[in-house]
Write a protein that binds this ligand. Structure first.
Ligand code: BG6
Length: 553
């Protein structure tokens, strides 16, 4: 994990007027700017097809995006202009080769401007001595000048001269079917190789199955090396997910019990109250298994289950993660029938409001067999985890938006307190990822008083419950890492490959089964009854927040 500051660079966003750019990328860049985390010399080119009148991009796209989605929107009146001065809108069709030639011209032009060393206020926005975006408020953090930062082991860095040092990031915020054309055009028009370094950032879905993912990867690899490809899994940018490794490996009392001798099972839940919003077309082709499990949930499994890495380098960490994916016990058709539950929501209510069934959502087939819920029981066949079930579940239109990792410990032998006071609660470690961020442990303790009544208590740490704590958005950390060349929180190709190898047999088994009886859960319920039975038949149950601390009877 790098601790360096980001290099000066130009960021080119394809899909610059799209949903991702508006909801996530511009707000993240603005937040980074306000907090003083952008390189001293930095420019953004938003590429889109829309034609705007002069200033239209700022007015119609950029400003509303920051007003609606930035956690720093309060500062906009003072800071918007300084921020916007670094964003340029460039209109072209991503299939038009001429457009790339013109884009190359704009990049050259921006890169040839004088650098921050010469105090060009147009380009120098991260400098504490300039009246830039952070107006000196980031002093101490933001004294980076973009010179002489040369990370070991990356020979291509900082070769360029002038502002932005000829370093280029291409962010493909477009559908994956366009990736091939964009990278090919970048290459043909000479936008890559850059004078400095070049990096490409891509979003999921990374393929639909292993063959399509491999084809996509070949297209990217024709132009970029593996080290230059940053595959985003935004869950890895979430605060508590980054914290997971630190907690595991920086506290002595976790590691000794973090194995099949002490852990009964693991639950990973990531649920949402929303439906498919305006992504019905994509979602109906993907479904919950591909949309959430293949990437986010399996990534969480790797972080919970991985061995301590040899060191904190990107590759050492990724090596351990990929070993977990390769150790997943494959699911054959019989195991899929038994251990993978799928569901689709029907009509129901969320927070008291009636909502439509999935099949009546926009751009969804009226007889769709796509799953909007999935629950799985999986095993990791290695020495640490053999025999410990990992239960995963995710779904849309469930009662709560919550992501949590729960480790339930084995029960103590049936002696002492058990004998005297009946059933005790198991010890549970809960890592709350969102919306609350924190950790808590459930213990058994004596209720104050003259009798020896045992009750479960919580040691609870919540890092975003206090007023004023405003954790960075996942995309802030991820963009920051791309700029400083740290790929630890991005997925390497062999991880993607191993994840698809695990998922493909599930979709194949489903295709061979009788079509499911959908819808099978009402919006606003915790998925189909079979998802509860998956654990009940093992003598376990899904932990729900409201059940954690039963009132003493
Ligand atoms: C995306 C999925 O990757 O993650 C969406 O495509 C889902 O369907 C989203 O809604 C959930 O992300 P978060 O950060 O809101 O939990």
């Amino acid at each position: 994990m790098a601790t360096t500051r980001p290099d000066d660079c130009v960021l080119v966003i394809f899909g610059g007027t799209g949903d991702l750019a508006r909801r996530k990328l511009y707000p993240a860049l603005y937040n980074l700017a306000v907090d003083g985390f952008l390189p001293a010399s930095f420019q953004v080119i938003a590429v889109g097809r829309r034609d705007f009148a002069r200033g239209g991009f700022r007015r119609e796209i950029l400003l509303p995006s920051l007003q609606t989605f930035s956690r720093r929107a309060g500062d906009l009146a003072r800071k918007f202009e300084a921020f916007a001065a670094h964003l340029h809108y460039f209109r072209t069709d991503i299939y038009d080769p001429q457009g790339y030639t013109r884009l190359a011209g704009l990049l050259e032009q921006l890169e040839q401007k004088a650098g921050c060393q010469n105090g060009d206020p147009d380009i120098c926005w991260g400098d504490d001595n300039q009246p830039g975006i952070n107006g000196g408020q980031g002093r101490g953090r933001n004294n980076y000048r973009g010179v002489g930062s040369n990370l070991a082991g990356d020979p291509g860095r900082n070769r360029g001269e002038g502002a932005c040092r000829g370093n280029r990031i291409f962010y493909l915020a477009v559908a994956p079917e366009h990736f091939g054309a964009v990278v090919e055009n970048l290459h043909q028009a000479g936008l890559v190789p850059a004078r400095g370094w070049q990096r490409v950032v891509i979003e999921k879905p990374f393929g639909h199955d292993l063959p399509s993912a491999a084809a996509l990867n070949r297209q990217l690899r024709a132009v970029f090396s593996e080290e230059e490809i940053y595959r985003i899994d935004h869950y890895l940018g979430k605060e508590m997910i980054q914290n997971l490794m630190v907690m595991r490996f920086a506290n002595i009392f976790f590691e000794p019990v973090w194995n099949n001798k002490y852990i009964d099972h693991v639950q990973i839940t990531s649920t949402e109250t929303v439906g498919v919003v305006d992504r019905g077309d994509y979602y109906d082709r993907a479904g919950a298994l591909r949309d959430m499990v293949q990437n986010h949930l399996l990534q969480l499994v790797t972080l919970v289950a991985m061995e301590p890495p040899a060191n904190l380098s990107t590759e050492a960490i990724r090596d351990e993660k990929v070993k977990v994916l390769r150790s997943l016990q494959p699911l054959d058709a019989a195991a899929v029938s038994k251990n993978v539950i799928r569901g689709q929501y029907g009509a129901g209510a969320i927070e008291g409001q009636a909502v439509l069934p999935y099949r009546r959502e926009k751009e969804v087939a009226p007889d769709s067999l796509t799953e909007t819920f999935v629950a799985l029981k999986i095993f990791i066949d290695n020495f640490r985890w053999a025999g410990v079930p990992f239960y995963l579940r995710t779904g849309k239109r469930l009662p709560d938006k919550v992501t949590e990792i729960i480790l339930q410990f084995k029960s103590l032998p049936d002696i002492l307190y058990f004998k005297e006071y009946g059933e005790l609660q198991p010890n549970v470690l809960v890592i709350r990822v969102q919306p609350l961020e924190g950790v808590y442990v459930q213990l058994n303790a004596k209720r104050p008083g003259n009798d020896n009544y045992i009750v479960p208590i919580r040691l609870d740490f919540c890092q975003n419950c206090e007023v004023g704590v405003n954790s960075p958005e996942a995309y802030e950390r991820l963009l920051y890492d791309v700029m400083r060349g740290d790929a630890t929180l991005f997925t390497r190709w062999d991880e993607v490959e191993a994840a698809w190898r695990f998922i493909d047999p599930i979709t194949a088994a489903w295709a061979a089964q009788e079509p499911p009886q959908f819808p099978n859960y009402a919006a606003g319920r915790w998925g189909p009854p079979a998802a509860q039975e998956l654990l009940l038949r093992d003598g376990r149950h899904w932990w729900q927040e409201e059940e954690w601390l039963p009132e003493p009877g």
